[in-house]
Design a protein around this ligand. Sequence first.
Ligand code: ADP
Ligand code: MN
Ligand code: MN
Ligand code: MN
Ligand code: MN
Length: 356
Amino acid sequence: MSVLSNNTILSKYLSLEQRGQVQIEYVWIDGMNNVRSKTRTINFVPKSASELSEWNFDGSSTGQAEGHDSDVLIQPVALYSDPFRGGDNKLALCATYNPDGTPHKTNYRHACKQVMDAHADSKPWFGIEQEYMFFDPETAKPYGWPKHGFPAPQGPFYCGVGAGKIFGRDIVEAHYRACLYAGVNISGVNAEVAPGQYEYQVGPCEGIAMGDELWISRYILERVAEDFGIIVSIHPKPVKGDWNGAGCHTNFSTEAMRQENGIVEIEKAINKMAKRHLEHIAVYGEDNDQRLTGRHETGHINDFSYGVANRGASIRIPRHVGKEGKGYLEDRRPASNIDPYRVTGIIMESTFLPDN
Ligand code: ADP
Ligand code: MN
Ligand code: MN
Ligand code: MN
Ligand code: MN
């Protein structure tokens, strides 16, 4: 395939001396729940995002502004090693602002950061399980699916091994290593229930870092899959019918939950979240109703439930947490296409609502 030979030639140029100049890839979230990026050269090696200057882009091309007055500002907020260029080059995750300095309406990080800062002493940890599916651009079908008809029913694919069961392991492996190189706290990967579907986990991450790291891990996935000429879908129901949808199970704990008898705190938080089920669902992803049907290891979108080791519940207390009486909870409702800033933000907000 031509995409592969291009990358072979590219590697020759990527090994050229940079003469002290550093390439910074500014990455931001657009108005369509996608990532965008562009590059600038600087003449020093930054140690943190705060050393990088603000920049701007044309918001009328990203669903973030009208034609006139279309500048949107981007402020670097987190810095990662660039796994594509290597060396001293960096990826800079940015937050978006209006020209007057107020947060852009698609900047969900701003409010998330406020609630994280307000309760920083509770030491909130999150772990997100990002599920997704590869698509073949030539057939517009999930990667590895036959041109006509369907693959065998679900069964052999979850954590599967062997030809005919796994499609795209090379992309998964490349993404995993690229995340480790970047400094993303990726904690694992596994093949999922539908063929061509995968999951990786990021976490535990404290506070605002959860949203930052999940977004940059998605950026890295898009870039890696681009190299392989394969499309990534984070739609919650990428294939209609008897095929599993895709979620972003969000695991959560505070220091109090992680301590002896923390299960009491876990249940308190669950009871508060239960009272705001629909408010949570409202920020748990577009088209999540197609996924939360009460089938395929989900709870129904209109019902709130929780239980130990129950994968059909809205919130699951892992079996080992129930047994040890401390640990974390797993909110299984969030869809694969969430903005993690909104989800971690509302979980914090609900957990710290005053009693009654
Ligand atoms: P599952 O059994 O639901 O498939 P995974 O192993 O895929 O679970 O994901 C569990 C996630 O929970 C990981 O991202 C992990 O980092 C995260 N996690 C583990 N301990 C905690 C904790 N105390 N608080 C928050 N998240 C945690
Ligand atoms: Mn231009
Ligand atoms: Mn998992
Ligand atoms: Mn999963
Ligand atoms: Mn899970």
